[in-house]
Design a protein. Structure first.
Length: 165
C-alpha cells in the first residue's frame, strides 16, 4: 500500500513559521534562522518523495533544522548576536524591563555549548520530552538529561546577582 505524499509547498506554508521560530531560538539571529530553514527546505525538496510520505514530515523537518544548526561551523566563529525576536502582539506595558531581560537571556544562552543550547530550546521552547529530543539529536535520553542539567547549571552560575533572588 503506497501512501500519497503531502505536497511540498503545502508543508512549507504550514510549517515555515514554526521552523523559523525554532531556528531563531537555536541561533539567536533571524538571518541565520532563515538560512537554516532555507537550507533544510532545499535538501528536503530533493528528497521529497521519501519525506513527504512520512507520518509526520514536519517533525522530520524539525529534526533537520536542529541537525543543520548543530553542524554549521560558521556559527561557532561568528558568535552572531540576535537581531530580531519572535513576533508578538502589541502591548501598552513598558517594554524596557522585558527587553532587558530578553537581552540577558540571549546573552546567557549564547554562552552555552551548541548541544546544551539545542537541548534547552527543544525542552523548554518546543516542549518536547527527553525521548523525542534524544531521537532528534541521535543520543541517549540520559545524554539529553545531562546536557540539560549542565546547561541549566551554567545558566544559574552566570545569572547576575540581582536576578538570583
Amino acid at each position: 500500500m503506497t501512501t500519497k505524499a503531502l505536497p511540498f509547498d503545502e508543508l512549507v506554508q504550514s510549517s515555515e513559521r514554526r521552523l523559523l521560530r525554532l531556528g531563531l531560538m537555536l541561533s539567536g539571529s533571524l538571518h541565520t534562522a532563515e538560512d537554516l530553514v532555507q537550507a533544510v527546505f532545499a535538501r528536503a525538496h530533493r528528497r521529497w518523495d521519501q519525506i513527504g510520505v512520512l507520518e509526520h514530515p514536519e517533525a522530520y523537518l524539525r529534526t533537520m533544522v536542529v541537525n543543520e544548526y548543530l553542524s554549521w561551523r560558521r556559527l561557532l566563529k561568528n558568535r552572531e548576536v540576535p537581531l530580531a525576536e519572535p513576533i508578538e502582539r502589541p502591548t501598552t506595558e513598558d517594554l524596557s524591563a522585558r527587553q532587558a531581560q530578553r537581552d540577558a537571556t540571549w546573552q546567557l544562552l549564547s554562552g552555552l555549548p551548541r548541544k546544551q543550547r539545542a537541548v534547552l530550546v527543544l525542552r523548554y521552547y518546543e516542549d518536547l520530552p527527553d525521548s523525542e529530543i534524544a531521537e532528534i539529536l541521535g543520543v541517549a535520553p540520559a545524554t539529553v538529561r545531562s546536557n540539560a542539567a549542565r546547561g541549566l547549571a551554567t545558566l544559574r552560575e552566570n545569572l547576575p546577582a540581582e536576578e538570583e533572588n
